[in-house]
Design a protein around this ligand. Sequence first.
Ligand code: MSP
Length: 510
Amino acid sequence: MTDRYFLTTPIYYVNGAPHIGHAYTSIAADVLARWKRLDGFDVFFLTGTDEHGQKVERAAADEQLDPQRFADGVAADFRDMADRMGISYDRFIRTTEADHKAACTALWQRLEQAGDIYLGDYAGWYAVRDEAFYAEDELVTKPDGLRVAPTGAPVQWVREPSFFFRLSQWQDRLLRFYDENPDFIAPPSRRNEVVSFVRGGLHDLSISRTSFTWGIPVPGHPGHVMYVWLDALTNYITACGFPDTDAASWRYWPADLHLVGKEIVRFHAVYWPAFLMAAGLSPPKRVYSHGWWTVEGEKMSKSLGNVIEPRELAATFGLDAVRYFLLREVPFGNDGDFSRRALIQRMNGELANDLGNLAQRSLSLMARNCGGRLPARGEETTDDGELLASAKALPPLLRAHIDAQRFHDALEEVWRVVRACNAYIDRQAPWSLRRTDPARMAVVLRVLADALRILATVLQPFMPDSMARMLDQLGVPADHRRLAMLAHPLPDGTLLPPPQGIFPRYAEPA
Ligand code: MSP
């Protein structure tokens, strides 16, 4: 039986256009999904859009559009962004779809039957920007005296009839769950944050709203729509077929990983497992929270006019360079700063020089001196053996890093080998061996071809198009590109297509 792997991105609010922050989460998740497929897993990769709630309702009103029509437009734009960034999702879910509404209704009824829901009145603070309720003592006072949410979002006082979820009853069970599942929240700094939040005591959570209508109706209670976070989180089980737990797709639940930004950990690591446990369902296995990007040292915002459009960036620099940069520049989990200069530096230094030139030099020597065919493997020297051993060690090393979401460490390991290959080619100087010892030249080029094949294979999830081209040029057939196929050497004499540069250098337009 093939091992299954279910991973998700957050579903994005459709109140505005996609930007680099959204693309970042999706690209990281995509690398993981592609890696797992490469490693033989049966992967289910879910992304989509979060379309209900006051924030979207207001954005639609600003455009004088009916919320559904407005959501249709922005959701299509998010989907286009995902497609153009090479996101290999298996389903793009929208919370306005019929199966999702049915799943939310069923989950609500289960929570109600379990006795975890009661009707009351909510009086407290709400931030529409965060779609979150805040307790009095969580608010912060700005220098001008204005009180805002800890995220900086404006808050309003809300008083309305509301259903509540008995979150306060789940404190001990959640703490026990975190204790028994030390890897449930990562990185550790976020885990500590969540644990101390829960230790501090939990209030019951308002899970319905009555002051607007753009949401999923509470079953049996017209006038109430479900709180948008209860609705949104449920998408992860809708996609697995809930409430039909006999459906074939239910085999993917519980999720192996919810990848989220640091601002929404509480929803995923506190509310979501509590809802699920209350409904008698298993909680997800892991929630990983990554950091935030600033742009050239500033917070990204519409008013500053520095919002980065991922599709434009890919059009300028090439999609793979952007994907590579985002995962290489900043240790995953930390905050980072996006700068054009840093992107160009990595693109020209690490992609064009280190990897691109290595491939180009090796492939053109084979084209010119080996009749355009893969040379035969020969007797290995210690130098050859050491280089090949370091390349062969990559798949297990990367498996460990990627399973722990250490994408930057994975890339660092790969570049260690890229640099070793460059040192090897300079040491062996196959261009001089051509005259002095052509047999040895052929062996050296074959060692390089084998090492490059491993590099290109393990880099496919990060840079799918460029690595597909590199594998084409190395004569690796399409059905030989999984990790398991690395155990099968390519036949000597395989015909190689004419080499072509893969990573162009970028020069700023004058
Ligand atoms: N709709 C909710 C999520 C519901 S999941 C059940 C939501 N949507 S969002 O549109 O605001 O997208 C949030 C996600 O976008 C964050 O979790 C984060 O992954 C990503 N980012 C948004 N801005 C970002 C940066 N500036 N930097 C990095 N990622 C950021 O929250």
